[in-house]
Design a protein around this ligand. Structure first.
Ligand code: GSH
Length: 238
């Protein structure tokens, strides 16, 4: 294993350890949204992590519109519709609700799609924010800044759950390249795991499907390289 890869794995694992297992286990889901939720966010943002953990714990599959710093594709929509650049920003086309504020998003998701009880690791606000900041601190430059990209015609699909260090590496690349994707959350005990395994052949995440090219792959390192080679202007995985 080369040094950059080792460093990636060490820092991504440290980030996961700062929020150990939060969002990695399924919580009761009372219903599945008929139309996908939309999440505007960027990976390194600690508040966005809180929203992603809530979605992951409920095995909800939002369309993620990455909004890294310097991004030109989806940030404007948030400003136009919500009134300011602030992330995370959730849109629920099923109820017509849209909102900022990670705590409100977590509360809304558990009320609308869960059993109404927000897990302690999201409810204890000071704890949630400080440990989420710590997690981001281990990989401060990944999933933060936009890299110029070609946009795919169809949404990419990523199977993931929030606390996996390998999934983080894949999500960072999607974020940096501003690639919108359907994020399929399959935490432990998720009722959606069976369907996932019937598609992928085995229970392993991250798993990327690109309907634009037919590519499908496990392995975070391969996913990052593939995304940069295919979509970064000028190519070149990093
Ligand atoms: N209280 C908000 C704080 C959100 C926040 O400060 N987000 C930062 C990113 S971490 C932001 O939107 N900054 C503006 C920008 O990135 O342009 C929450 O919990 O959602």
């Amino acid at each position: 294993m080369d040094l950059p890869r080792l460093w990636d794995l060490m820092t991504a694992t440290a980030a996961s350890a700062a929020r150990p297992n939060f969002g990695n286990v399924h919580y009761e889901r009372r219903k599945v949204p008929a139309q996908p939720l939309e999440l505007y966010e960027f990976e390194v943002c600690p508040y966005c992590r809180i929203a992603r953990e809530a979605l992951s714990a409920l095995s909800l599959d939002p369309i993620v519109y990455p909004c890294p710093k310097g991004g030109t594709l989806y940030r404007e929509k948030v400003k136009r519709e919500g009134g300011r650049y602030q992330f995370p920003y959730l849109v629920d086309p099923n109820t017509g609700v849209s909102m900022y504020e990670s705590a409100d998003i977590a509360e809304y998701l558990f009320r609308e799609y869960g059993d109404g009880r927000v897990p302690w690791f999201l409810r204890q606000r000071a704890f949630a924010v400080s440990t989420s900041m710590l997690a981001s601190g281990f990989r401060p430059s990944r999933g933060r800044h936009a890299v110029q990209s070609r946009q795919p015609d169809e949404l990419l699909e990523l199977y993931s759950y929030e606390g996996s260090p390998f999934c983080r590496i894949a999500r960072e690349a999607l974020c940096e390249l501003e690639l919108p994707h359907r994020l399929h959350n399959v935490p432990r005990q998720s009722p959606d795991r069976e369907d996932f395994v019937s598609i992928s052949g085995k229970m392993q995440v991250p798993y990327l499907l690109d309907p634009n090219t037919g590519a499908q792959m496990f392995e975070s390192d391969d996913i990052r390289r593939y995304l940069y080679d295919t979509y970064a202007v000028g190519g070149a995985g990093n």
